[in-house]
Design a protein around this ligand. Structure first.
Ligand code: ADP
Ligand code: DP6
Ligand code: CO
Length: 356
């Protein structure tokens, strides 16, 4: 009896221009385009194994060892249905292929970092899910085609189908067919950029990204200004900065956009607070570090960004990392870089390029 099984991993991606807001909650179509850096596979990642078998009675999924319900019409069910439908096309073209699309699947996934803590587990999670099913079903799909499906699991997941610098084009089609991820530049274009992840708290966040952004869309006037008058220009400017390897501009826009995203959360009614005092102290530290450099005629040396949680991601050229890590350890003595990446304020160094 043949065994039909495949395993795939996907890394997290951390946005420089944040996605926050849906114009279509079912298809997960965003109110603005976004842009992110996908981290190395070797660090924060989801690993997912999918198996199809005629003896399975229904589709089931285990996340970090506990079974998650696959709700009818929910995001997991949508992704699995879409992948089975692509498999059906393969079977129709090649009648010798086993009819895997008619079998139920069992899916088992693990994250090697805190889940639902603002470190983009939904991004790596749904990207790994779609990638493992694509491997199981031997689909001839491109990363952009798969991004259309992972987007319907979690918006940010569409960007984890690519490595390096990735844009999610918001698109304009009402069926979502042009709302997909595209590569801006591969990791090899600018391997000097590294990401330092500072785990301030690994607690599950109080307000999920999904419900938080929905409330923002319903109540925040600042969001309307952001999506119309701020993001389109920033998308162009940061893409150009990446292509030109201009860290100064990349850093400035990344920090501005993180700040505006959290301002939009505060402008939500009732307000949402994702950052805490430690997050804000890290902002102050990076700001001071950059100020000293600029005052001495230099350029920006580091850029902080925060997703929907208190944990900091600091992007910096490799030459500054040692200095940044020692500064973080000095001002946050409880930090234990490299030893306990997920303890209180453990700092882990990962690169969009190689490990530091
Ligand atoms: P995060 O900031 O970690 O992305 P979200 O609130 O956006 O937090 O999403 C967390 C949810 O994503 C989890 O509760 C779970 O439903 C889903 N998720 C996380 N990891 C995986 C995974 N490996 N496979 C499938 N779904 C996952
Ligand atoms: C702040 O992709 O997790 O990380 O589409 O509802 O699953 P859903 O939300 P999600 O939101 C991510 C928000 C963000 C910014 C970003 O990654 O662009
Ligand atoms: Co998420």
């Amino acid at each position: 009896m043949a065994i039909y099984q495949a395993t795939a991993s996907a890394p997290v991606n951390i946005a420089c221009i944040k996605y926050w807001g849906k114009r279509d909650t079912k298809l997960i179509l965003p109110t603005n385009s976004s842009l992110s850096v996908t981290l190395d596979q070797d660090h924060l990642r989801s690993t997912t194994t999918s198996r199809a078998d005629p003896s399975f009675e229904k589709d089931r999924l285990w996340l970090n060892g506990s079974e998650e319900e696959i709700k009818d019409g929910g995001r997991l069910a949508t992704c699995i249905r879409e992948m089975k439908s692509l498999r059906r096309e393969v079977e129709q073209k090649n009648p010798n292929e086993p009819k895997l699309s008619s079998f139920a699947v069992h899916i088992c996934s693990r994250n090697n970092f805190p889940t639902a803590a603002g470190l983009a587990s939904s991004a790596s999670g749904f990207a790994a899910l779609v990638s493992s099913l694509a491997a199981l079903y031997k689909l001839p799909a491109t990363p952009s085609q798969l991004s259309l499906i992972s987007r319907q699991g979690s918006g940010s997941a569409c960007r984890s189908l690519f490595g390096g610098f990735v844009a999610w084009k918001m698109g304009s089609a009402s069926d979502g067919s042009d709302s997909l991820a595209v590569e801006v530049a591969p990791q090899s274009h600018w391997p000097d950029i590294h990401a330092l992840i500072c785990v301030v708290s690994d607690d599950k966040k109080g307000t999920s990204s999904t419900s938080g952004m929905q409330r923002t869309v319903e109540t925040s006037p600042l969001l309307q200004h952001r999506i119309k008058h701020v993001v389109p220009e920033r998308m162009n400017a940061i893409s150009e900065a990446i292509l030109a390897k201009d860290f100064d501009t990349f850093a400035r826009i990344t920090m501005q956009d993180s700040n505006q995203f959290h301002a939009v959360c505060l402008d939500t009614d009732p307000p949402i607070f994702y950052m805490n005092d430690v997050s804000r102290a890290i902002i102050a530290l990076v700001t001071e570090y950059n100020r000293l450099s600029v005052e001495n005629g230099g350029k920006l040396k580091a850029a902080y960004t925060y997703d929907a949680g208190p944990n900091a991601v600091i992007y910096a050229p490799k030459e500054n990392l040692k200095e940044i890590i020692s500064m973080v350890v000095k001002y946050f003595p409880q930090a234990e870089p490299f030893k306990d990446p997920f303890g209180l304020f453990g700092a882990q160094s990962v690169g969009a390029g190689s490990v530091v």
